[in-house]
Ligand binder design. Structure first.
Ligand code: GLU
Length: 316
């Protein structure tokens, strides 16, 4: 069987330049090594995912010339390709973890956790001994109140090393993390590991903002006795104000550039340039980039979009 690579967008908005830049690296790496490429749609967040973005994201990727061997619009042996249709796989993995004694019910709300955290404004406080104790203490009361628990993975060895093929060995401190939310929705960490394993993905290429999540995922691979894939985390793209591109903020999307009549060659050329694959800004087809692609050339640091790039893209 051919090794597989993948791109796994969340259909919570149009794809911005930063999203497709990562998709491009995943695609180029797969194609350059003769691997199959899978498109998987990560639509588990039912509040934010929308079917119209699934169609839009597919159109955006196709506009740039990307193709895939398997995906929601191309059938294949590893389907279905929408996470919302893969619940049975997650349930099976959950049962394996439960049987191995790796899970516990957590009744603590975000507020409980925030109140306990020493840094009150920490985004997601670590979950350690104090949180485990508070959970035990409040459990009976919360059950009486009919509160539904989330399920957490119990981390016994918090020091986790991640071997990243691009950034080298990385070390993280991982604490008990959620695999299924109190409202019954599957957590990204569980779904992504189960899918990458079941889809036989050999190299996971994604943005470096997910590097820390990878550490938690490594523990899941081990607990589920799945082979750990290679990881390749790509540095991010920053916008002209110096901030990380984000869908929420409405950073430059492929749909908006396409609507303005910007050619896919300009976008692909800019992306290749921003990645360090070519030395001067020029319009290129995806095939032309594939011909010059050399992973050694990829820029190690993030890249900031400047006015000259926006001008080149015709986005001003
Ligand atoms: N669905 C995630 C996102 O759009 C990416 C997950 C992954 O590549 O592992 O940010």
């Amino acid at each position: 069987m051919l090794a597989q690579g993948r791109y796994a967008p969340s259909p919570t908005g149009y794809l911005h330049l930063g999203n497709v830049r990562t998709a491009l690296v995943a695609y180029l790496k797969a194609r350059a090594s003769g691997s199959d490429f899978i498109l998987r749609i990560e639509d588990l967040d039912s509040a934010r995912s929308r079917p119209e973005f699934v169609a839009a994201n597919i159109a955006e990727l196709r506009y740039l010339g990307l193709d895939w061997d398997e995906g929601p619009d191309v059938s294949g042996p590893h389907g279905p390709y929408l996470q919302s249709e893969r619940q049975a796989h997650y349930l099976e993995a959950l049962e394996t973890l439960r049987a191995a004694g790796k899970l516990f019910e957590c009744y603590l709300s975000r507020k409980d956790l925030r109140d306990l955290a020493s840094a009150p404004h920490a985004q997601m406080p670590a979950y350690g001994q104090a949180e485990r104790r508070l959970n035990e203490k409040l459990k009976a009361q919360k059950q009486l109140e009919r509160k539904q628990p989330s399920l957490r993975f119990r981390v016994d060895m918090p020091q986790v090393a991640v071997q990243d093929a691009f950034k080298g060995m990385q070390h993280f401190q991982v604490s008990d993390f959620i695999v299924r939310r109190a409202d019954g929705e599957w957590a990204y960490q569980l779904a992504v590991v189960v899918d990458d394993a079941k889809m036989n993905i050999q190299e996971v290429v994604r943005g470096e903002d997910l590097l820390e999540s990878t550490a938690a995922q490594v523990l899941l691979y081990q607990a589920l006795a799945y082979p750990v894939p290679a990881f390749f985390h790509v540095p991010l793209l920053y916008d002209e104000t110096g901030e990380r591109m984000s869908k929420r903020k409405g950073s430059l999307t492929i749909s908006s550039l396409k609507e303005k009549g910007v050619s896919s060659e300009r976008i692909v050329g800019f992306l290749a340039y921003s990645l360090g694959l070519i030395d001067k800004l020029e319009a290129l087809t995806l095939d032309e980039v594939l011909r010059v692609f050399d992973p050694q050339k990829l820029r190690q640091t993030s890249f900031g979009v400047g006015l000259e790039h926006l001008k080149f893209l015709g986005a001003l």
